[in-house]
Design a protein around this ligand. Structure first.
Ligand code: NI
Length: 253
């Protein structure tokens, strides 16, 4: 059984058919999911879901797009949530996004640093969203000497991936590895050490090739797992076993 290590069942896109989505997820060998927060509201919703379903876990975080809405109050609320709930198992998604720049670089860096502080204080993995900001993100992370770091939806180059693997950080792969044009990305998957990968959907975004154009959901992660298995000449059971071990190592679940 596989684990969707980064999804957003905590947003309204899944309100209509939540039970169906969960049913299809189990039918497709996905046994657990981690719902990732992007702001206070979605972090709270992720926690609500984790309270309700034993196979769901939550993270709290403020996405770089939301950095302009940051306040100390939000950080305080995150702390209260973390201190009172075992099922909050990570901080993020956080990071830097210079592609869309919906918040200024300055705002993004302030909020990123604040969340790194949380990750360190509570010894939780940090889930990174990084777009066209690889050097800056790397420089900041190295300063803090963080041990548990996940580059969500990795889409950088092989050289940069190797730098991350040298720190024992994780590159996490989404359905975009199945897109025909992403040859370089599959080369990265092939080179990735077996203890340095995770699988995720990032649903409702980034559907794998077979379902491209549709809303993504955890069930579709089976396509990404098959692609990774092929790249690494493993069978699906081996991929599942490795992924479970990697999840256990970094998230402790
Ligand atoms: Ni995401």
């Amino acid at each position: 059984m596989l684990i969707d290590s980064h999804c957003h069942l905590n947003i309204k896109d899944f309100d209509q058919d939540f039970d169906e989505v969960v049913k299809r997820m189990f039918e497709n060998k996905i046994s657990r999911v981690i719902n990732v927060g992007c702001d206070l509201k979605t972090s709270k919703r992720a926690l609500d879901l984790a309270d309700k379903y034993d196979y769901m876990y939550a993270t709290v975080g403020l996405h770089p797009h939301e950095a302009k809405n940051f306040s100390k109050d939000i950080l305080d609320e995150f702390e209260v949530m973390i201190e009172n709930n075992q099922k909050i198992i990570g901080i993020g998604e956080t990071g830097l996004d210079y592609f869309r720049n919906l918040s200024t670089e300055e705002e993004q860096k302030t909020v990123f640093n604040a969340q790194i502080g949380l990750a360190k204080r509570y010894n939780l993995p940090l889930i990174i969203h990084c777009r066209e900001a690889y050097e800056d993100v790397y420089e900041i992370l190295v300063q803090y000497d963080l041990k548990k770091v996940i580059f969500h939806c990795f889409a950088g180059n092989l050289e940069f991936a190797k730098k991350l693997w040298n720190h024992n950080w994780i590159t996490s792969f989404t359905g975009i590895i199945t897109y025909p044009k992403n040859i370089e990305l599959r080369e990265i998957v092939k080179n990735c050490p077996i203890n340095s990968f995770l699988l995720e959907t990032d649903c409702p975004y980034l559907s794998p090739q077979k379902f491209r154009g549709q809303r993504n959901e955890p069930a579709f992660m089976i396509e990404t797992a098959k692609c990774l298995a092929e790249c690494k000449s493993l069978d699906l059971a081996e991929v599942a076993e490795l992924e479970n071990q990697n999840i256990k190592n970094i998230f402790g679940i």
